[in-house]
Design a protein around this ligand. Structure first.
Ligand code: FAD
Length: 497
């Protein structure tokens, strides 16, 4: 089935919004298609960017490689630091902590993953933390890190505003046009309901064939003009508010994000080279803005260097991320919540998907439907991983945590958790974002203890298993002890010349 746009074939691509999503899209499209399309990004400095979104996951490195972005230049520009994972405090119980690293833990065999061998080791009294078998976890615990040559799997902490500026320069170099102006109206073609142009406050009209809506929570095109419904996630994800502010640095930056659970939500700490990003995510049903603010202020590590900002949001996803000739990218398309830093990844993933299903001439409904199907599956899966952190709490000390513990969860997630409890195996589909070790680390970190493991792990006798585990731990220790401190790595690798 093919729908015809008023002006086909596609020649003009208009990106509405110049936050991280808009500029990511402009960077990729201009690099790939720069010569063939006329690409224009419209943003309003009056409205500005949301300014949060400073923790990433390792997939961003792949994106940068595809674009040919130099890592050192990027790190210097965005005041970046390395991120080996996330430390979770007070999530299972008050006072405890665990680490979700980006690395591979131990060694798997073709039939089963490492957690089965680790569980078998416990039977013989080898009670060594799971993270001691993972270079990323161990390096994080010792505040060490290394660049890509070491084989570590890492992501970045970055200054979101500087990152958008960095991508802007990159995009302009590759031919993207930049228009500053306030979009006042989205004009629709009466023939087919497609977006025809964006009318700016100063009277300019920006016409296009394909529009990317990157206007953040405003969703001016996909929602404002095309009324594409939002599927809310609020019944699974109780938090709906955040307070964000920046503080001075009072210690060397840690090579990981911290997520500290409080009585009604959680707090993030994201260290950059020149300052730290901080915030509190909370449920307005369980706490007032004033009390949330007081909690954040009491738990800061350094003095604030910006005024706190309260951000209200509705978690969920667009029912169709692509509607007519408009594709939602970034916050216009979905928002899970920042716990596992999935948003920038999902924006990036939407851009890859658009590349894969790019309309040849006219927009074909089969392209659109496949794009929408994949977007929905991907976002719902990432959502489930985040829900799990809340649901598997053992805390019952506040109304908020009792709600999380007892709330109904999606069936697919309930099945995954049950499978792990019963067998220590992780149910994975093709091409999932969070792989075996992520699910294992979070489930075990939250106190889930499987009642059985794979029989292959019993093929080794006690001595063989002890030697095997000891050998793996030794390798990790040796690798990590050769790494510089995170601060030293930054000094050598990520400072502007
Ligand atoms: P925005 O940054 O809001 O950009 C919207 C753009 O649209 C702006 O340029 C604005 O000027 C423009 N615009 C809007 N209206 C108009 C108009 N009328 N005319 C012209 N231009 C207009 N993601 C992560 O990956 N990691 C994190 O750690 C993380 N933390 C977060 C914490 C919080 C509290 C929140 C709310 C989000 C977080 N996110 C995180 C999500 C992240 O902020 C976004 O994915 C990212 O910033 C991209 O935003 P965006 O570009 O979609 O929207």
């Amino acid at each position: 089935m093919t729908e015809h746009s008023a002006a086909s074939p596609i020649r003009k691509i208009v990106i509405a919004g110049g936050g991280t999503s808009g500029w990511l899209a402009a960077a990729a499209i201009s690099k790939v298609f720069g010569k063939n399309f006329d690409i224009t990004l419209v943003e309003s400095p009056e409205i500005g960017r949301i300014g949060v979104g400073e923790a990433t996951i390792p997939t961003l490195r792949v994106f940068h490689k595809l674009l040919g972005i130099n890592e050192r230049e990027f790190m210097a520009h965005v005041q970046g630091t390395f991120k080996l994972g996330i430390e979770f405090r007070n999530w299972a119980n008050k006072g405890d902590k665990y680490f979700h690293s980006f690395g591979i833990t131990g060694k798997e065999c073709w039939a089963c993953q490492f957690q089965h061998f680790w569980l078998a080791g416990k039977k013989y009294g080898i009670d060594v933390p799971f993270g001691d078998y993972c270079p990323e976890s161990k390096a994080a615990r010792l505040d060490r890190c290394s660049d890509e040559d070491s084989g570590l799997n890492y992501a970045y902490h970055l200054d979101a505003t500087l990152y958008a500026d960095f991508l802007k320069k990159f995009s302009q170099k590759h031919g993207a046009n930049h228009v500053e102006g306030m979009i006042e109206k989205v004009l629709i073609s009466p023939e087919n309901g497609y977006i025809k142009s964006l009318l700016l406050k100063d009277g300019r009209e920006i016409e296009g064939d394909l529009f990317l809506d990157c206007t953040g929570f405003k969703a001016l095109l996909i929602d404002g003009a095309l009324n594409t419904p939002w599927v809310p996630y609020g019944h699974y994800l109780p938090c709906d508010s955040a307070i964000a502010l920046q503080t001075e640095l009072v210690r060397d930056p840690r090579p990981y994000t911290q997520s500290i659970a409080h009585d009604f939500g959680w707090q993030w700490r994201i260290p950059l080279q020149h300052r730290a990003g901080n915030g509190l995510v909370y449920s307005s049903r369980h706490v007032s803005d004033d009390e949330a603010m007081a909690t954040l202020m009491k738990n800061l590590e350094g003095s604030p260097v910006t005024e706190p900002r309260v951000i209200k949001y509705v978690t969920g996803r667009r029912i169709n991320a692509w509607s007519k000739n408009c594709i939602a990218v970034g916050l216009t398309s979905s928002f899970i919540e920042p716990l596992e830093s999935t948003s920038i990844h999902l924006a990036m993933s939407a851009i890859y998907r658009l590349m894969r299903y790019f309309p040849q001439n006219e927009i074909s409904m089969s392209n659109v439907e496949e794009f929408n199907r994949q977007s929905a599956v991907e976002t719902d899966r990432a959502r489930d991983f985040v829900i799990m952190h809340y649901h598997l709490t053992q805390r019952a000390d506040t109304e908020f945590w009792r709600y999380c513990k007892n709330m109904k969860i999606p069936e697919a997630l309930a099945n995954r958790v049950q499978l792990f409890k019963d067998t220590a195996a992780i149910a994975l589909e093709e091409k999932e974002l969070f792989l075996n070790d992520s699910w294992v680390q979070v489930m075990m970190g939250q106190g889930v203890s499987p009642s059985a493991y794979h029989p292959i792990a019993d093929v080794m006798d006690e001595m063989e298993l002890k030697n095997f585990l000891g050998y793996l731990r030794g390798n990790v220790s040796e690798k990590v002890s050769a790494m510089p401190s995170h601060q030293r790595l930054i000094n050598h690798y990520c400072k502007a010349a």
